[in-house]
Design a protein around this ligand. Structure first.
Ligand SMILES: Nc1ncnc2c1ncn2[C@@H]1O[C@H](COP(=O)(O)OP(=O)(O)OP(=O)(O)O)[C@@H](O)[C@H]1O
Length: 445
């Protein structure tokens, strides 16, 4: 089997940055409001066992919907998010649990560019002062700062330097401000820049220019980038590799070229389909996966994408909570009268919280509930929820639902000549029965 390409890829170059099984969990305090909305105390798995290598001069894109953990990954690399488990190595040195004092000198080498350049600049400092101050903090002697500031401003296109150096942020356009932020970062000679949505707040007309500037910095200075974005088109242009993230995990990673030409994970396929076609003015809305992104504090069993996945099958992790998505999807298509009759039978879908393989659907009208579920099954033979539902029985107090055992998919390389992609999806695993009749044939991973 080929190596998992989320770790040191095809080349032999030593990674400059290496994340292994990295997890960041945020504790949730059980507030009164939290309990009211069914969120007990527990934790949000913002990052859940992520492994990733970044080579010198490489641009790795992190792409995924809101809440998938992209920013948390970037912040963890810079020591700005608390690491719960796993490791972050910079040039082979473990940095995941360094005290702030030990981390500070590394901040010259590992830096972050944020989305909002206006917020990143002190309004009372000129651009020269802002860049010079960063150099001062990192111990650059006063006599050397001026020349270094000029060189950085020139490098990012804020030239002639004497025109831009004395300006305050309020006197610059959005694109110029982001150039100033980048100048401040590169003045310190960084090796890795974590760029968190660096162009999303800029005018369309300047986005390509800032991307192109970052591309030049990579080529000329050998800076590695972790490029965080929702914008797949920019990732395609700028990234060597792209990692697709969903609920704290990398679900697919490969070269940008292959991810865009041949997306494997149904989530990646859905994201690519959702790119608006700018050539179709006022065209139909892009197709999105059904349902909403689940609560990261209570992620789905098995594959975290399975409740929304059009290709899910028996082993993907079905559970009682998923019935809510199935019913809500149905009720958007039926007559008002049918909706009213059926929704009375399921008065408290929010109570379907259990993640056990066997769940009790509390109801005094068990026979009717089973009849509705059976009719949905008949009308939607392709509905994947039912592939995972083995039994549905009347028991005292309600209806007992029993599901196929779930298996959480892990990132595995695609075994195909010329492929650079690893994917975490049972569709690409040979240890899971794809027929949906027998469930799992052997544990994955
Ligand atoms: N400090 C925090 N405390 C509690 N939860 C947090 C904290 N930071 C992030 N989270 C949660 O962690 C999950 C991942 O958040 P993160 O910001 O990393 O996602 P993202 O993919 O960067 O989203 P976006 O694209 O909206 O920035 C979310 O559920 C978020 O609510």
């Amino acid at each position: 089997m080929k190596p998992d390409l989320s770790k040191s890829e095809t080349g032999h170059e030593t990674p400059i940055l290496s994340l292994t099984d990295l997890s960041v969990h945020f504790a949730l305090r059980g507030s009164a409001l939290g309990r009211l909305i069914g969120r007990s105390s527990g934790s949000v798995k913002a990052l859940d066992g992520v492994s990733l290598d970044v080579k010198p001069g490489e641009v790795v894109g992190l792409v995924g919907e809101s809440g998938s953990g992209k920013s948390t990954l970037g912040r963890a690399v810079l020591g700005l998010a608390p690491v719960t488990a796993g490791s972050i190595k910079y040039r082979g040195r473990e940095i995941s649990r360094l005290a702030e004092k030990a981390m500070r000198p590394l901040r010259a080498k590992l830096q972050m560019i944020f989305q909002d350049p206006h917020a990143a600049l002190n309004p009372s400092m000129t651009i020269e002062q802002a860049v010079s101050d960063a150099l001062r903090i990192h111990g650059v002697p006063a006599g050397e700062r001026r020349a270094q500031v000029a060189s950085a401003l020139e490098r990012v296109g804020l030239a002639p330097v004497e025109r831009f150096a004395p300006k305050y942020p309020s006197e610059l356009s959005g694109g110029q401000k982001q150039r100033a932020v980048i100048a401040r970062a590169i003045a310190l000679g960084p090796e890795v820049l974590v760029a968190d949505e660096p162009i999303s707040m800029l005018d369309m007309s300047v986005r390509a220019k800032i991307l192109s500037l970052m591309n030049d910095l990579r080529a000329d200075l050998g800076i590695s980038f972790i490029y965080i974005t929702h914008d797949l088109a920019s990732a395609r242009f700028f990234c060597d590799r792209v990692a697709i993230m969903y609920l704290g995990k990398i679900v697919e990673i490969g070269t940008a070229q292959e991810i865009f030409a041949n997306p494997r994970h149904p989530y990646t396929q859905a994201l690519l389909k959702a790119i608006p076609d700018v050539s179709v003015v006022g065209g139909p809305p892009a197709e999105l996966p059904r349902g909403e992104i689940p609560d990261a504090a209570r992620p789905p069993q098995g594959c975290p994408f399975h409740p929304r996945c059009p290709r899910a099958f028996a082993a993907c992790g079905w559970e009682a909570r998923d019935l809510k998505v199935v019913l809500e999807e149905r009720w958007t298509t039926v007559d008002l009268e049918v909706y009213q009759r059926e929704s009375e039978l399921f008065p408290d879908l929010g109570a379907l919280q259990t993640v056990d393989r066997v769940a009790l659907l509390r109801t005094p009208r068990s026979a009717e509930v089973i009849a509705v579920l059976e009719s949905i099954r008949r009308e939607n033979p392709a509905e994947p929820f039912f592939t995972g539902l083995i039994e549905m029985n009347q028991v005292p107090g309600g209806v007992q639902l029993e599901f196929v055992d779930s298996v959480r998919p892990v990132l595995l390389p695609i075994v195909e000549a010329g492929s650079s992609t690893s994917v975490a999806c049972h569709l690409y695993s040979d240890v899971v029965d794809l027929t949906g009749t027998g469930g799992v044939t052997a544990p994955v991973g």
